[in-house]
Design a protein around this ligand. Structure first.
Ligand SMILES: Cc1cc2nc3c(=O)[nH]c(=O)nc-3n(C[C@H](O)[C@H](O)[C@H](O)COP(=O)(O)O)c2cc1C
Length: 216
């Protein structure tokens, strides 16, 4: 081991950049998210749209991976992927999932939970068409999450599909978007002395959002 337990124990940081309180936060969590994401983008945070997606398999074993947010509005949070991947298979069996953004430089985390649905074929087509050619071919070339005998398989697949489709690959049937429809949001702002701010939004009986503070 190159790192000692003491070195790890000594890794700590005081969070003092900002605060999040009931008065200054938005009543609608989507607006709060929009504000924080905009600040992350404007602040040149690396990969501000990278989010961890957690799913649960039919064996109740959870798994996570990073995906890129590609759209968000009142309908939900959208990303694109391979429907046959591990996450795709897990979502087919259990559509409940969670997303997490960690904007380290802003000392902020957003957690989102809800039910996942596929985006329309039209939406997936439109986003697929907007991708660079090598990414479009890559969606054909990579049997995502499956064991391959070596990298050469992927390179050969890319060459094969590149020759087959030339400049106009169609969207693969196994590739498209998912949308998480949030029923719970949580916004975390790091504060001094570990007294962090946490605001949770959940849907109340009248379908409006209830905002509550959680202990850090
Ligand atoms: C910054 C970053 C962004 C990523 N974005 C995506 C994405 O948008 N879609 C995707 O399918 N995989 C994306 N990946 C790869 C996934 O993290 C993961 O390796 C892949 O989706 C397979 O996951 P699974 O086997 O759990 O289904 C990204 C990885 C990183 C590090």
């Amino acid at each position: 081991m190159n790192t000692t337990a003491q070195q790890i124990a000594d890794l700590r940081k005081s969070y003092e950049r900002a605060e999040l309180n009931e008065d200054a936060s938005q009543a609608d969590p989507l607006r709060q998210f929009d504000q924080w994401l905009t600040q992350a983008i404007d602040g040149k945070i690396p990969e501000p749209n990278a989010m961890t997606l957690a799913t649960v398999g039919s064996d109740l074993r959870p798994s996570t991976r990073v995906v890129l947010l590609k759209g968000y509005d009142a309908r939900g949070i959208v990303w694109y992927t391979n429907y046959d991947s591990r996450k795709g298979q897990e979502l087919a069996g259990n559509p409940l999932a969670a997303l997490q953004f960690h904007w380290v430089e802003l000392e902020r985390v957003v957690r989102i939970e809800g039910r996942v649905e596929k985006t329309s074929g039209q939406d997936s087509d439109a986003y697929y068409a907007s991708r660079p050619l090598d990414s479009r071919i890559g969606a054909w070339a990579s049997p995502q999450s499956q064991v391959v005998s070596g990298r050469a398989v992927l390179v050969a697949n890319a060459a094969k599909y590149g020759a087959q489709f030339m400049l106009n690959p169609p969207r693969p049937p196994h590739w498209g978007g998912y949308r998480l429809v949030p029923d719970e949001w949580q916004f975390w702002q790091g504060r001094k002395s570990r007294l962090h701010d946490r605001l949770r939004y959940r849907i109340g009986p009248d379908a409006g959002w209830i905002r509550e503070r959680l202990a850090p």
